[in-house]
Design a protein around this ligand. Structure first.
Ligand SMILES: Nc1ncnc2c1ncn2[C@@H]1O[C@H](COP(=O)(O)OP(=O)(O)OP(=O)(O)O)[C@@H](O)[C@H]1O
Ligand SMILES: CC(=O)N[C@H]1[C@@H]2OC[C@@H](O2)[C@@H](O)[C@@H]1O[C@H](C)C(=O)O
Length: 362
């Protein structure tokens, strides 16, 4: 049974589209990546903070986003010669423009009705809303997919997604899945290199690797109260953004830009390592996915900071690090249509298991 998953993450670098077969074992058949056009990226980023005429701007942006996503679906189907009628549904994450779980709301836009209209395929979307309605954070949602995918692997293990933000799933022999957002993934490193070198990201972490960690800056960043709170917890650009960083840096005006990048990479690794070690001390392996899996410097730091575990990309065990999230949303669509609950109350804090997603028939 074929499903398509569409993930447009917090990094806003582009739209990931996967085609998966539920049998056997949620296999990835094909994938397609569409870079985010600069004007749409700017519109979406602007919507992440409050401003004038937001309703109008959100409606225009989500229409453009759906048109782009539909174009990507068409290209993916053409390159695999798959008729649209063979795909049972598209699971579309949409684009998060606000995430305020403390205020019991989260907003993902993506005009699923238009996506269904343009592709002729049933679309399942708005996955986070029901979990929020049941008192949860609405995020992270990938832990249930990680649980299904890693069933056969040695336990206890952790699946770590390092996208714009980082989230971890902790799996053990007793099937008591835990998970939460650890904090920033690439978001601060991306923001800093963009600010200082006009580059979208630090390729393989080479800029960070050549710098020196500034320990008092690191300690100050670690004071952020988010890190001291226990899960369920999730976060986003509302908290960790360039202004957050510049505010802290204002107390350290003389630090070299490259040393700031090194410190941000160490900070990202340290917060992840602390979170994993506190939540599941005996973790044997940390399987890394998301774009951060390509950041060699970040992986080296994680390896040093979590000495009791193997730290490796999921690519090394045949699970694509780049497509994990897009595959997860294809699987979430399947769960919705099959009435399978896909939140994990231990992760999100919801009152109970819930079937997630809103269905827009073909
Ligand atoms: N070769 C590379 N070297 C270093 N970093 C990389 C590389 N490739 C990708 N990245 C990082 O990964 C990021 C994109 O990751 P990904 O696509 O997983 O994020 P996302 O899905 O938008 O985020 P989220 O999971 O938070 O929603 C880029 O912005 C960049 O920081
Ligand atoms: C609100 C939102 O979009 N959160 C994202 C973000 O990116 C990573 C982390 O923060 C995670 O909580 C979530 O994404 C994944 C797909 C999730 O829900 O599991």
């Amino acid at each position: 049974m074929l499903y398509i998953g569409i993930m447009s993450g917090t990094s806003l670098d582009g739209i990931d589209i996967s085609l998966i077969d539920i049998d056997p074992q949620y296999s990835l058949i094909a994938s397609h990546y569409l870079p985010m056009p600069a004007d749409l990226k700017k519109s979406l980023l602007d919507l992440c903070t409050s401003g004038t005429d937001e309703i109008h701007r959100a409606a225009i942006a989500e229409r453009q986003w759906a048109q782009l996503a539909a174009h990507g679906v068409t290209q993916l189907l053409a390159k695999t010669q798959t008729p649209a009628s063979k795909v049972r549904a598209i699971g579309s994450h949409g684009q998060t423009i606000r995430h305020e779980p403390q205020q019991h709301y989260t907003v993902q836009i993506g005009n699923p009705a238009l996506l269904a209209e343009l592709t002729g395929i049933c679309v399942v979307s708005d996955f986070r809303q029901r979990d929020i309605a049941a008192g949860g954070q609405g995020a992270p949602l990938v832990p249930a997919f990680h649980e299904a995918l890693f069933k056969q692997h040695a336990m206890p293990c952790a699946v770590l997604n390092i996208g714009g933000f980082s989230n971890v799933t902790l799996l053990n022999e007793n099937q008591h899945t835990h998970g939460f957002d650890c904090g920033p993934g690439n978001v601060l490193m991306d923001a800093w290199i963009q600010h200082r070198k006009q580059q979208p990201y630090d390729r393989e972490g080479t800029w960070a690797a050549g710098g020196t960690v500034h320990h008092s800056l690191l300690q100050q960043m670690l004071q952020e109260p988010f890190f001291a709170t226990q899960g369920p917890k999730s976060t986003g650009r509302e908290l960790f953004n360039l202004s957050w960083l510049l505010n802290i840096l204002s107390a350290h005006p003389t630090i070299d830009a490259q040393d700031v990048q090194a410190t941000l990479c160490e900070f990202t690794a340290q917060t992840i390592a602390d979170a994993i070690q506190l939540a599941q001390k005996n973790t044997r392996a940390v399987w890394v996915c998301g774009g951060g899996a390509h950041n060699k410097d970040l992986l080296n730091r994680l390896t040093r900071l979590i000495p009791q575990s193997t730290v490796a990309s999921t690519d090394s065990i045949g699970i694509s690090a780049d497509w994990m999230e897009a595959m997860a949303f294809a699987w979430l669509a399947h769960c919705c249509l099959e009435n399978i609950p896909s939140n994990r109350p231990t992760v999100t804090g919801a009152k109970g298991l819930r079937i997630l997603g809103a269905i827009y028939p073909a």
